[in-house]
Design a protein around this ligand. Structure first.
Ligand SMILES: [Zn+2]
Length: 226
């Protein structure tokens, strides 16, 4: 009798073991599926040109060009990329009362639904002093992970783009996307459209590719440390 009980106990434990192993395998698979998702947000678009540089160059087009180059890099390396926009269109309805608000809300909704590892929002900077130039990355003040990602991307860009006066990643608690989006998000200001020299470079395809490469490297360094 005792032996029967022992045998029963053993087989129950064996079954339990198999069950637990299979659960673990299943969750590893689903983790792998979500682990590779990244959202890229090309700032502005459509009626909203973003910053307009001295020669009339619009920020929205540069943002999209860099975003698409980063998308290619990530996809080539096995990531699933969700773009908030992939053409010159905003995310608002033509009859919306407040197009900018609707556009921003929809960007946040896309991020929320995707549940990515992280999000990068691509923008170009501006400043009253035209001599100011170079990349700068922003993160939400209350996000430790956002800060980590931002310093990796900032350092990678400072080095890769040979920034003459390298900036540090900067905390911010007022930008809509930083405040309202879920998960880890950085706003990457690639350069200043108010600096004539940088404004020209930002329109060159080679330089855009270089920027995308730097952001990609920063993301990889952050993911390795995670
Ligand atoms: Zn912008």
């Amino acid at each position: 009798m005792k032996r029967k009980v022992l045998e029963m106990t053993m087989s129950v434990m064996l079954l339990l073991g198999f069950f637990l192993l299979s659960q673990e395998a299943a969750s590893a698979v689903s983790q792998e599926e979500t682990a590779k998702k990244i959202v890229i947000d090309a700032g502005h678009g459509g009626r909203d040109p973003g910053m307009v540089g001295t020669e009339g160059v619009e920020e929205k087009g540069i943002n999209l060009a860099i975003a698409q180059k980063l998308e290619n890099l990530l996809e080539e390396n096995g990531f699933e990329v969700i773009m908030t926009r992939d053409s010159d269109e905003g995310l608002y309805e033509e009859d919306a009362q407040n197009k900018k608000a609707q556009d921003m809300q929809r960007r946040c909704e896309i991020i929320k639904e995707a549940e990515p590892l992280l999000t990068v929002s691509i923008h170009q900077n501006s400043y009253s002093d035209p001599s100011v130039k170079g990349p700068q990355v922003f993160y939400y003040q209350h996000s430790a992970e956002g800060e980590k990602l931002a310093s990796f991307i900032q350092n990678s860009m400072n080095e890769g783009l040979e920034a003459e006066s390298p900036k540090e990643a900067k905390a911010n608690d007022s930008y809509y996307l930083l405040k309202r989006s879920e998960g880890v998000l950085n706003i990457v200001e690639c350069g200043f459209l108010t600096n004539p020299e940088e404004a020209l470079r930002l329109q060159e395809e080679d330089y855009q590719q270089k920027i995308a490469g730097c952001i990609y490297e920063g993301i990889m360094q952050y993911l390795e440390k995670m």
